[in-house]
Design a protein around this ligand. Structure first.
Ligand SMILES: *[C@@H]1O[C@H](CO)[C@@H](O)[C@H](O)[C@H]1NC(C)=O
Ligand SMILES: *[C@@H]1O[C@H](CO)[C@@H](O)[C@H](O)[C@H]1NC(C)=O
Ligand SMILES: *[C@@H]1O[C@H](CO)[C@@H](O)[C@H](O)[C@H]1NC(C)=O
Length: 356
Protein backbone atom coordinates (compact mmCIF):
# COMPACT_ATOMS: atom_id res chain seq x y z
CA UNK A 1 0.00 0.00 0.00
CA UNK A 2 2.65 2.44 1.14
CA UNK A 3 5.03 1.37 -1.58
CA UNK A 4 2.32 1.60 -4.21
CA UNK A 5 1.57 5.06 -3.05
CA UNK A 6 5.14 6.24 -3.31
CA UNK A 7 5.30 4.79 -6.76
CA UNK A 8 2.33 6.94 -7.71
CA UNK A 9 4.01 9.99 -6.25
CA UNK A 10 7.19 9.20 -8.18
CA UNK A 11 5.19 8.92 -11.38
CA UNK A 12 3.57 12.26 -10.69
CA UNK A 13 6.94 13.86 -10.04
CA UNK A 14 8.28 12.45 -13.32
CA UNK A 15 5.26 13.73 -15.21
CA UNK A 16 5.76 17.07 -13.61
CA UNK A 17 9.42 17.40 -14.45
CA UNK A 18 9.09 15.96 -17.94
CA UNK A 19 6.07 17.91 -19.01
CA UNK A 20 6.90 20.99 -17.02
CA UNK A 21 3.19 21.61 -16.77
CA UNK A 22 2.64 24.36 -14.24
CA UNK A 23 -0.97 23.48 -13.70
CA UNK A 24 -0.40 19.86 -12.78
CA UNK A 25 -1.43 19.27 -9.20
CA UNK A 26 -0.97 16.26 -7.01
CA UNK A 27 -4.30 14.71 -6.38
CA UNK A 28 -5.12 14.34 -2.74
CA UNK A 29 -4.92 10.67 -1.79
CA UNK A 30 -5.96 9.00 1.43
CA UNK A 31 -2.64 9.22 3.12
CA UNK A 32 -1.12 12.51 2.07
CA UNK A 33 -2.73 15.57 3.56
CA UNK A 34 -2.10 18.53 1.30
CA UNK A 35 -1.57 21.69 3.23
CA UNK A 36 -3.88 24.49 2.15
CA UNK A 37 -2.71 27.92 3.28
CA UNK A 38 -6.08 29.60 2.74
CA UNK A 39 -7.83 26.98 4.84
CA UNK A 40 -5.24 27.46 7.60
CA UNK A 41 -5.92 31.20 7.70
CA UNK A 42 -9.64 30.50 7.98
CA UNK A 43 -9.44 27.79 10.64
CA UNK A 44 -7.09 29.86 12.79
CA UNK A 45 -9.89 32.42 13.08
CA UNK A 46 -12.24 29.77 14.47
CA UNK A 47 -9.53 28.68 16.92
CA UNK A 48 -9.26 32.32 18.01
CA UNK A 49 -13.00 33.01 18.27
CA UNK A 50 -13.62 30.09 20.62
CA UNK A 51 -11.58 31.97 23.28
CA UNK A 52 -14.20 34.73 23.48
CA UNK A 53 -15.95 35.02 26.82
CA UNK A 54 -19.09 36.92 25.83
CA UNK A 55 -21.24 33.94 25.06
CA UNK A 56 -24.13 35.88 23.61
CA UNK A 57 -21.87 37.50 21.03
CA UNK A 58 -20.14 34.22 20.33
CA UNK A 59 -23.33 32.21 19.94
CA UNK A 60 -24.89 34.78 17.64
CA UNK A 61 -21.54 35.09 15.78
CA UNK A 62 -21.34 38.83 16.36
CA UNK A 63 -18.15 38.91 18.47
CA UNK A 64 -15.18 41.03 17.42
CA UNK A 65 -13.36 37.92 16.16
CA UNK A 66 -16.46 36.52 14.46
CA UNK A 67 -15.86 38.33 11.23
CA UNK A 68 -13.49 38.43 8.31
CA UNK A 69 -12.99 34.94 6.85
CA UNK A 70 -15.60 33.29 9.08
CA UNK A 71 -18.51 35.56 8.26
CA UNK A 72 -21.83 33.77 8.07
CA UNK A 73 -20.83 30.92 10.38
CA UNK A 74 -23.70 29.40 12.30
CA UNK A 75 -23.05 27.82 15.70
CA UNK A 76 -25.27 24.84 16.35
CA UNK A 77 -23.97 24.22 19.83
CA UNK A 78 -21.69 26.17 22.14
CA UNK A 79 -20.52 24.02 25.01
CA UNK A 80 -19.22 25.48 28.27
CA UNK A 81 -17.87 23.01 30.80
CA UNK A 82 -17.77 25.37 33.76
CA UNK A 83 -16.55 22.60 36.06
CA UNK A 84 -13.33 22.07 34.08
CA UNK A 85 -13.09 25.51 32.49
CA UNK A 86 -13.45 24.27 28.92
CA UNK A 87 -15.19 25.74 25.92
CA UNK A 88 -15.95 24.40 22.43
CA UNK A 89 -18.39 24.90 19.62
CA UNK A 90 -19.82 22.98 16.69
CA UNK A 91 -21.28 24.80 13.70
CA UNK A 92 -21.76 25.04 9.99
CA UNK A 93 -19.45 26.98 7.69
CA UNK A 94 -21.48 27.30 4.52
CA UNK A 95 -18.60 28.63 2.42
CA UNK A 96 -16.41 25.66 3.38
CA UNK A 97 -19.41 23.36 3.12
CA UNK A 98 -18.21 21.78 6.33
CA UNK A 99 -18.98 21.21 9.96
CA UNK A 100 -16.41 23.11 12.03
CA UNK A 101 -15.55 22.08 15.60
CA UNK A 102 -13.27 24.35 17.64
CA UNK A 103 -11.79 23.92 21.12
CA UNK A 104 -10.46 26.64 23.41
CA UNK A 105 -7.02 26.41 25.00
CA UNK A 106 -6.46 26.44 28.72
CA UNK A 107 -7.77 29.36 30.73
CA UNK A 108 -7.39 27.98 34.20
CA UNK A 109 -3.85 29.08 35.02
CA UNK A 110 -1.41 31.56 33.66
CA UNK A 111 0.03 30.42 30.35
CA UNK A 112 3.53 30.38 31.89
CA UNK A 113 2.47 27.95 34.62
CA UNK A 114 0.63 25.77 32.17
CA UNK A 115 3.67 25.53 29.89
CA UNK A 116 6.02 24.80 32.81
CA UNK A 117 3.73 21.99 33.92
CA UNK A 118 3.89 20.46 30.44
CA UNK A 119 7.47 19.33 31.12
CA UNK A 120 6.27 16.87 33.72
CA UNK A 121 3.25 15.31 32.04
CA UNK A 122 3.46 11.54 32.07
CA UNK A 123 2.43 9.01 29.44
CA UNK A 124 0.12 7.40 31.95
CA UNK A 125 -2.94 6.16 30.12
CA UNK A 126 -3.31 3.39 27.56
CA UNK A 127 -5.53 4.68 24.76
CA UNK A 128 -8.52 2.32 24.77
CA UNK A 129 -8.51 -0.26 21.98
CA UNK A 130 -5.00 0.59 20.79
CA UNK A 131 -2.33 -1.71 22.24
CA UNK A 132 0.90 0.07 23.26
CA UNK A 133 -0.58 3.50 22.54
CA UNK A 134 0.07 5.69 25.56
CA UNK A 135 -1.26 9.20 26.11
CA UNK A 136 -1.37 11.71 28.92
CA UNK A 137 -4.57 11.24 30.93
CA UNK A 138 -5.16 14.97 31.46
CA UNK A 139 -5.40 15.78 27.75
CA UNK A 140 -7.43 12.65 27.16
CA UNK A 141 -9.89 13.38 29.95
CA UNK A 142 -10.45 17.00 29.01
CA UNK A 143 -12.19 15.70 25.89
CA UNK A 144 -13.35 12.23 26.93
CA UNK A 145 -14.33 12.66 30.53
CA UNK A 146 -16.24 15.96 30.58
CA UNK A 147 -19.48 17.33 29.15
CA UNK A 148 -17.54 18.20 25.98
CA UNK A 149 -17.62 14.82 24.27
CA UNK A 150 -21.33 13.92 24.53
CA UNK A 151 -22.33 17.43 23.50
CA UNK A 152 -19.93 17.53 20.54
CA UNK A 153 -21.04 14.11 19.28
CA UNK A 154 -24.68 15.02 19.66
CA UNK A 155 -24.19 18.27 17.75
CA UNK A 156 -22.29 16.48 14.96
CA UNK A 157 -25.08 13.96 14.68
CA UNK A 158 -27.66 16.70 14.33
CA UNK A 159 -25.50 18.66 11.89
CA UNK A 160 -25.31 15.59 9.67
CA UNK A 161 -29.07 15.14 9.87
CA UNK A 162 -29.52 18.73 8.75
CA UNK A 163 -26.73 19.09 6.20
CA UNK A 164 -25.81 15.57 5.11
CA UNK A 165 -22.41 13.94 5.11
CA UNK A 166 -20.30 17.03 4.66
CA UNK A 167 -16.67 17.04 5.86
CA UNK A 168 -15.84 17.76 9.49
CA UNK A 169 -12.98 20.16 10.22
CA UNK A 170 -11.67 20.03 13.76
CA UNK A 171 -9.42 22.76 15.09
CA UNK A 172 -7.97 24.21 18.24
CA UNK A 173 -4.97 25.99 19.68
CA UNK A 174 -2.61 24.87 22.45
CA UNK A 175 -4.53 22.65 24.90
CA UNK A 176 -7.47 23.12 22.53
CA UNK A 177 -5.32 21.49 19.82
CA UNK A 178 -4.80 18.48 22.07
CA UNK A 179 -8.56 18.22 22.62
CA UNK A 180 -9.21 18.69 18.90
CA UNK A 181 -6.85 15.77 18.21
CA UNK A 182 -8.70 13.46 20.59
CA UNK A 183 -11.99 14.58 19.08
CA UNK A 184 -10.84 13.95 15.48
CA UNK A 185 -9.60 10.49 16.40
CA UNK A 186 -12.81 9.74 18.29
CA UNK A 187 -14.95 10.76 15.30
CA UNK A 188 -12.79 8.76 12.88
CA UNK A 189 -12.87 5.62 15.03
CA UNK A 190 -16.18 5.68 16.85
CA UNK A 191 -18.66 7.74 14.90
CA UNK A 192 -21.57 5.73 13.67
CA UNK A 193 -21.77 6.30 9.92
CA UNK A 194 -19.62 7.94 7.28
CA UNK A 195 -17.35 10.61 8.62
CA UNK A 196 -14.70 12.51 6.71
CA UNK A 197 -12.54 14.13 9.36
CA UNK A 198 -9.90 16.75 8.82
CA UNK A 199 -7.76 18.08 11.67
CA UNK A 200 -5.75 21.28 11.80
CA UNK A 201 -4.23 22.45 15.07
CA UNK A 202 -2.09 25.44 16.03
CA UNK A 203 0.72 25.20 18.58
CA UNK A 204 -0.44 21.97 20.13
CA UNK A 205 1.65 19.97 22.63
CA UNK A 206 2.61 16.34 22.14
CA UNK A 207 -0.12 14.09 23.47
CA UNK A 208 1.06 10.50 23.09
CA UNK A 209 3.87 8.10 22.27
CA UNK A 210 5.10 6.76 18.91
CA UNK A 211 2.60 3.87 18.86
CA UNK A 212 -0.22 6.36 19.43
CA UNK A 213 1.15 8.63 16.68
CA UNK A 214 1.16 5.76 14.23
CA UNK A 215 -2.48 4.81 15.00
CA UNK A 216 -3.37 8.45 14.74
CA UNK A 217 -1.79 8.81 11.34
CA UNK A 218 -3.67 5.77 10.10
CA UNK A 219 -7.10 6.90 11.38
CA UNK A 220 -6.81 10.65 10.77
CA UNK A 221 -4.53 10.92 7.74
CA UNK A 222 -5.79 14.37 6.92
CA UNK A 223 -3.99 16.08 9.79
CA UNK A 224 -1.93 19.27 9.84
CA UNK A 225 -0.17 20.57 12.95
CA UNK A 226 0.86 24.15 12.40
CA UNK A 227 3.85 25.36 14.44
CA UNK A 228 4.89 29.01 14.53
CA UNK A 229 8.62 29.80 14.71
CA UNK A 230 9.93 29.20 18.25
CA UNK A 231 6.60 28.41 19.89
CA UNK A 232 7.49 26.48 23.07
CA UNK A 233 4.40 24.34 23.37
CA UNK A 234 4.92 21.96 20.41
CA UNK A 235 8.32 21.11 21.96
CA UNK A 236 6.54 19.76 25.03
CA UNK A 237 6.27 17.34 26.72
CA UNK A 238 9.83 16.62 25.55
CA UNK A 239 10.86 14.25 22.79
CA UNK A 240 13.93 12.24 23.73
CA UNK A 241 15.77 10.99 20.64
CA UNK A 242 17.68 8.47 22.74
CA UNK A 243 14.56 6.77 24.09
CA UNK A 244 12.33 6.42 21.04
CA UNK A 245 10.14 3.80 22.70
CA UNK A 246 9.60 5.73 25.92
CA UNK A 247 9.14 9.23 24.74
CA UNK A 248 6.30 11.42 23.58
CA UNK A 249 6.07 11.55 19.80
CA UNK A 250 4.12 13.96 17.55
CA UNK A 251 1.91 12.61 14.81
CA UNK A 252 2.38 14.01 11.30
CA UNK A 253 2.16 16.33 9.54
CA UNK A 254 3.82 19.43 10.86
CA UNK A 255 3.80 22.66 8.89
CA UNK A 256 6.42 24.98 10.28
CA UNK A 257 6.03 28.74 9.85
CA UNK A 258 9.24 30.75 10.00
CA UNK A 259 10.96 33.69 8.40
CA UNK A 260 14.13 33.73 6.38
CA UNK A 261 16.10 36.73 5.40
CA UNK A 262 18.10 39.58 6.74
CA UNK A 263 17.16 42.99 7.98
CA UNK A 264 14.38 44.38 5.87
CA UNK A 265 14.27 41.46 3.43
CA UNK A 266 12.23 38.86 5.24
CA UNK A 267 10.30 36.08 3.59
CA UNK A 268 7.74 34.02 5.43
CA UNK A 269 8.14 30.31 4.77
CA UNK A 270 5.62 27.54 5.35
CA UNK A 271 7.61 24.34 5.44
CA UNK A 272 5.69 21.14 4.92
CA UNK A 273 7.49 18.60 7.03
CA UNK A 274 8.11 14.90 6.56
CA UNK A 275 5.72 12.09 7.47
CA UNK A 276 7.52 11.09 10.67
CA UNK A 277 5.85 13.62 12.95
CA UNK A 278 9.28 14.55 14.32
CA UNK A 279 11.00 16.02 11.29
CA UNK A 280 14.42 17.21 12.57
CA UNK A 281 14.55 19.91 9.91
CA UNK A 282 11.31 21.59 11.03
CA UNK A 283 10.55 23.21 14.39
CA UNK A 284 12.83 20.69 16.09
CA UNK A 285 15.78 22.37 14.37
CA UNK A 286 15.34 25.36 16.68
CA UNK A 287 14.83 25.86 20.40
CA UNK A 288 11.28 26.23 21.57
CA UNK A 289 11.71 29.27 23.74
CA UNK A 290 8.92 31.66 22.85
CA UNK A 291 5.56 32.25 24.43
CA UNK A 292 4.71 35.16 22.16
CA UNK A 293 5.14 32.91 19.11
CA UNK A 294 2.65 30.60 20.81
CA UNK A 295 -0.02 33.26 21.07
CA UNK A 296 0.04 34.56 17.50
CA UNK A 297 -0.52 32.47 14.36
CA UNK A 298 -0.92 34.06 10.93
CA UNK A 299 -1.21 37.38 12.75
CA UNK A 300 -4.28 36.14 14.64
CA UNK A 301 -4.35 36.36 18.42
CA UNK A 302 -4.88 33.03 20.15
CA UNK A 303 -5.76 33.81 23.73
CA UNK A 304 -8.66 35.20 25.68
CA UNK A 305 -9.13 38.91 26.22
CA UNK A 306 -8.10 38.41 29.84
CA UNK A 307 -5.95 35.61 31.15
CA UNK A 308 -6.27 33.22 34.02
CA UNK A 309 -9.98 33.36 34.55
CA UNK A 310 -12.78 31.10 33.51
CA UNK A 311 -15.03 34.09 33.67
CA UNK A 312 -17.93 33.98 31.32
CA UNK A 313 -20.20 36.81 30.42
CA UNK A 314 -23.69 35.66 31.10
CA UNK A 315 -26.36 35.51 28.58
CA UNK A 316 -28.77 38.16 27.63
CA UNK A 317 -32.41 37.69 26.66
CA UNK A 318 -31.59 37.03 23.02
CA UNK A 319 -30.05 33.66 23.80
CA UNK A 320 -31.45 32.71 27.18
CA UNK A 321 -34.03 30.38 25.76
CA UNK A 322 -31.24 28.51 23.91
CA UNK A 323 -29.45 27.51 27.07
CA UNK A 324 -29.53 24.19 28.87
CA UNK A 325 -27.75 23.72 32.18
CA UNK A 326 -26.82 20.58 34.10
CA UNK A 327 -26.70 20.15 37.85
CA UNK A 328 -23.01 21.04 38.03
CA UNK A 329 -23.54 24.34 36.25
CA UNK A 330 -22.14 23.22 32.89
CA UNK A 331 -24.25 24.35 30.01
CA UNK A 332 -24.77 24.49 26.30
CA UNK A 333 -26.26 27.10 24.07
CA UNK A 334 -28.05 25.21 21.37
CA UNK A 335 -30.09 25.94 18.27
CA UNK A 336 -32.24 23.07 19.36
CA UNK A 337 -32.18 23.06 23.16
CA UNK A 338 -34.76 20.32 23.54
CA UNK A 339 -32.37 17.85 21.88
CA UNK A 340 -29.28 18.68 23.86
CA UNK A 341 -27.04 15.91 25.14
CA UNK A 342 -26.63 17.53 28.51
CA UNK A 343 -28.68 16.14 31.38
CA UNK A 344 -30.67 18.92 32.55
CA UNK A 345 -32.91 21.58 33.65
CA UNK A 346 -33.54 24.21 31.07
CA UNK A 347 -34.88 27.61 31.81
CA UNK A 348 -38.17 26.28 30.58
CA UNK A 349 -37.88 23.33 32.91
CA UNK A 350 -37.40 20.73 30.20
CA UNK A 351 -35.67 17.72 31.54
CA UNK A 352 -34.05 15.13 29.35
CA UNK A 353 -31.57 12.36 29.65
CA UNK A 354 -28.54 11.98 27.48
CA UNK A 355 -29.13 10.55 24.05
CA UNK A 356 -25.65 9.06 23.99
C1 LIG B 1 -8.02 25.68 -0.16
O1 LIG B 1 -9.10 25.96 0.71
C2 LIG B 1 -9.98 26.96 0.26
C3 LIG B 1 -10.98 27.20 1.36
O2 LIG B 1 -11.63 26.04 1.70
C4 LIG B 1 -10.63 26.51 -1.03
O3 LIG B 1 -11.51 27.52 -1.50
C5 LIG B 1 -9.56 26.20 -2.05
O4 LIG B 1 -10.14 25.67 -3.21
C6 LIG B 1 -8.54 25.22 -1.49
N1 LIG B 1 -7.43 25.08 -2.42
C7 LIG B 1 -7.07 23.90 -2.92
C8 LIG B 1 -5.90 23.93 -3.86
O5 LIG B 1 -7.60 22.86 -2.60
C1 LIG C 1 -13.02 10.48 34.74
O1 LIG C 1 -13.57 11.28 35.79
C2 LIG C 1 -13.92 10.56 36.94
C3 LIG C 1 -14.61 11.50 37.92
O2 LIG C 1 -14.09 12.80 37.86
C4 LIG C 1 -12.65 9.91 37.53
O3 LIG C 1 -12.99 9.16 38.67
C5 LIG C 1 -12.02 9.01 36.47
O4 LIG C 1 -10.79 8.50 36.96
C6 LIG C 1 -11.74 9.80 35.21
N1 LIG C 1 -11.23 8.93 34.17
C7 LIG C 1 -10.09 9.18 33.49
C8 LIG C 1 -9.73 8.20 32.42
O5 LIG C 1 -9.39 10.13 33.72
C1 LIG D 1 -36.21 32.55 21.90
O1 LIG D 1 -36.86 33.78 22.11
C2 LIG D 1 -36.96 34.60 20.96
C3 LIG D 1 -37.62 35.89 21.36
O2 LIG D 1 -37.10 36.37 22.54
C4 LIG D 1 -37.76 33.89 19.88
O3 LIG D 1 -37.81 34.69 18.72
C5 LIG D 1 -37.09 32.55 19.57
O4 LIG D 1 -37.89 31.84 18.66
C6 LIG D 1 -36.93 31.74 20.84
N1 LIG D 1 -36.17 30.53 20.52
C7 LIG D 1 -36.49 29.34 21.01
C8 LIG D 1 -35.57 28.22 20.65
O5 LIG D 1 -37.44 29.14 21.72
Amino acid sequence: MERFHWLKVAVFICLFTVSGARELKLKQTDNVPIYNHTLATILVEYASAVYMSDLTELFTWTCSRCDDMTKGFEILELIVDVQHCLQAFVGIAKDLNAIVIAFRGTQEHSIQNWIEDLFWKQLDLNYPGMPDAMVHHGFYSAYHNTTIRPCVLNAVKRAKELYGDIPIMVTGHSMGGAMASFCALDLAVNFDGPCEVQLMTFGQPRIGNAAFASYFRKHVPNTIRVVHEHDMVPHLPPYYTYFPQKTYHHFPREVWLYNIGLDSLVYPVEKICDGSGEDPSCSRSVTGNSISDHLLYFGVELQAETWGSCRIVMLDQRVKNHSVTDLRGNFVLSRDPTNSAIKLNTEAGISRTSAL
